[in-house]
Design a protein around this ligand. Structure first.
Ligand code: C2E
Ligand code: MG
Ligand code: MG
Ligand code: MG
Length: 288
């Protein structure tokens, strides 16, 4: 009887595995197609503000996949497959090119680009980034590269070298999801970065758990002491905003200000066209 049960379990297990493998295979195939045709992969931009009621200072590039059958797919659902199949390098370059052209459109803002650890460790990665910026006529100082602990985790000296090359070219480096890794402080000590982004799980717990308040205050104080810019992600409420502002957080990002937008929506936000009345008032003005 035990044997029968065991066999049953085994069968269910393989069926589930088959399903996973099939889905993964399908995603891989469709991702390849999207990359080959240039249709489906898009970049959305989430505004970052210099504080409550203050202007937009930056935009974070967030990749989206508009799938013909399955609708909009978020990065958490396909980045892991892209990493396992090596397609992340091409996706990363697509995002970087889009970010460069967005940067040209709004040169007063910085554009943040997320880097996958797999992409970061690729052969000649820093050189490719520098080349893409150059080809697009973009000043690397306007591009901020967001890395996570995963990037810094393996250390054979290669990581430090790549970071150094990127910073020397002018790119700024931000530590994303700060505080969630195992050794965030160690990395701050070892690598030169420009900014830390407080993970949204801490921001979300503000006012709910005392430990979150203590952690967020400590991260902001640490950033200030190290002369780094501190950004809070996932700001949704006025209470969170008030706390972050009083604690001295430099930049805020979250649904309270805006979700990620397509480029046209960003344009409407940043370069609003004068309404008809205003425009005619302007044209009439000189003759009166
Ligand atoms: P992340 O870099 O930490 O990006 C912030 C994520 O939080 C985004 O999700 C954003 O839409 C979401 N978010 C922003 N404000 C709020 C808020 O107020 N509340 C809540 N609940 N969420 C908020 P998204 O776009 O789904 O991206 C998820 C993750 O996927 C990103 O986390 C990043 O790690 C990764 N990712 C996104 N785009 C790229 C890319 O081009 N390349 C790579 N390698 N990874 C990417
Ligand atoms: Mg990010
Ligand atoms: Mg983050
Ligand atoms: Mg993240």
């Amino acid at each position: 009887r035990a044997k029968a049960e065991g066999r049953g379990c085994y069968r269910i297990f393989t069926a589930a595995m088959d399903e996973t493998v099939k889905v993964r295979g399908a995603i891989e195939e469709e991702l390849r197609e999207a990359l080959a045709t240039g249709v489906g992969l898009e970049v959305a931009y989430q505004p970052q503000v210099a504080g409550a009621g203050k202007p937009i200072v930056g935009l974070e590039a967030l990749v989206r996949w508009r799938h013909p059958g399955r609708g909009m797919i978020l990065p958490d659902q396909f980045i892991p497959v892209a990493e396992q199949t090596g397609l992340i390098a091409q996706i990363g370059e697509l995002v970087m090119r889009d970010a460069c052209s967005t940067s040209r459109q709004w040169p007063n803002l910085f554009i943040s680009v997320n880097l996958s650890p797999v992409q970061f460790r690729g052969e000649g990665f820093a050189e490719r980034m520098i080349q893409i910026a150059r080809e697009n006529g973009t000043d690397p100082r306007k591009i901020e590269l967001e890395i996570t602990e995963g990037v810094l985790l393996d250390d054979e000296g290669q990581t430090a070298q790549t970071l150094k090359a990127l910073r020397e070219a002018g790119f700024r480096i931000a530590l994303d999801d700060f505080g969630t890794g195992y050794s965030s402080l160690g990395y701050l000590h070892r690598y030169e970065v420009d900014k830390i982004k407080i993970d949204r799980s801490f921001v979300n717990s503000l006012g709910k758990e005392d430990s979150a308040t203590a952690i967020v205050s400590a991260i902001i104080a640490l950033g200030q002491a190290m002369k780094l810019t501190v950004t809070a992600e996932g700001v949704e409420t006025q209470e969170q905003e008030r706390f972050l502002r009083s604690a001295g957080c430099d930049e805020l990002q979250g649904y309270r200000y805006s979700k990620a937008l397509d480029r046209e929506q960003v344009a409407r936000l940043l370069d609003p066209t004068p309404r008809l009345e205003q425009r005619s008032a302007l044209t009439i003005a000189p003759s009166t």
